[in-house]
Design a binder for this molecule. Structure first.
Ligand code: DON
Length: 306
């Protein structure tokens, strides 16, 4: 894809930054610049094209859930991981409390909703939270080559101060035996993982890593088994955009994962990784401009899987 084509897509969708609003239930996220808009595509031939505000850092938020899942799958294998978290899309908001009690014998429905991601974070191996967190950062550094992919302390503190909904999910899961380790440590790791700073170029590189079956580029080579990549892309396809996943499957048709700071990571298998930032989100927690851009990219370049 040519840079001017990507610029055209960005400008054609700039209008949509006015829709929706910034996430404010984590107060620090409300300080984002709503006019930020950026796209990066990382291609399988190593080429990277970025347009708009691509070097601006924002927190990864729920996109970290795919990284935690990779870590837990590497640490334990899929049988153990999917014995504590389901594989089904939820149809409820990402932070739903009710379904935890009423569905799948108290097991979170999938690893990409908050409950599932906290349960998954509780499984990541390491002596303490610092060690587990730096294991994840190291993994991301090896894929992105960006040493600024680290904790945004202000967002982390804001998450921790206002994370009572997540605490309620975690303590409920402790009571039902889904979380077996220390709940506060699981929550602390989850809050830190959501607060990792990235650019949309970093997201595109992570996307490319998944698009190429878990094989990194050049000297930063980092391998994840094809089986793990298959699990992660499958769950992204069915649940990555929460209760808008069905619509995204129809209109975009590639695995994608969103975060409430307005980031979207998408994967066109064997072709490219896509990273988008547009901080205004809809009531499902997905970037409004980001979705429109992704739809255009998918249509224009025939990325839909079917
Ligand atoms: O725990 C939370 O609610 C946030 N740290 C992450 C939620 C999120 O990104 C949902 N995605 N759209």
């Amino acid at each position: 894809m040519k840079r001017d084509e990507l610029e055209e897509i960005l400008e054609a969708n700039r209008y949509y930054i006015r829709g929706g609003k910034l996430a404010n239930y984590i107060p620090e996220l409300a300080n984002a610049n709503p006019n930020t808009l950026g796209i990066t595509i990382a291609y399988s031939n190593g080429e990277i094209i970025s347009v708009g505000n691509c070097e601006e850092m924002f927190t990864i938020q729920s996109i970290s859930k795919i990284i935690s899942l990779i870590m837990a799958l590497q640490d334990h294998g899929h049988e153990k991981v999917f014995s504590i978290v389901g594989m089904e899309s939820s149809g409820e908001p990402f932070n739903s409390v009710s379904e935890l009690e009423t569905k799948e014998s108290h097991k979170p429905l999938n690893p990409l909703i908050n409950a599932g991601a906290i349960a998954v974070a509780s499984m990541i191996k390491g002596q303490n939270v610092n060690e587990r967190f730096s294991k994840v950062c190291q993994f991301l550094y090896r894929i992105t080559g960006n040493e600024n992919v680290t904790l945004n302390r202000r967002v982390y503190e804001s998450e921790r101060e206002t994370g009572d909904r997540n605490r309620s999910l975690a303590y409920f899961m402790k009571s039902t035996g889904v979380i077996k380790s220390d709940v506060e440590e699981a929550l602390d790791l989850y809050f830190r993982l959501c607060s990792i700073s990235v650019t949309c170029s970093d997201l595109a590189k992570i996307g490319l890593f998944l698009a190429m079956g878990g094989i990194g580029q050049g000297s930063q080579l980092k391998k994840v088994s094809p089986e793990i990549v298959q699990f992660v892309l499958s769950i992204m396809l069915t649940a990555g955009m929460y209760n808008q996943s069905g619509e995204c499957m129809m209109k975009i048709g590639v695995p994608a994962k969103s975060g409430v700071s307005g980031g979207i990571l998408a994967v066109a298998p064997n072709q490219m990784g896509i990273g988008i930032i547009g901080p205004s989100i809809n009531d499902k927690g997905n970037s409004i401009a980001g979705l429109k851009i992704l739809e255009d990219i998918s249509r224009r370049y025939k990325l839909h899987l079917f």
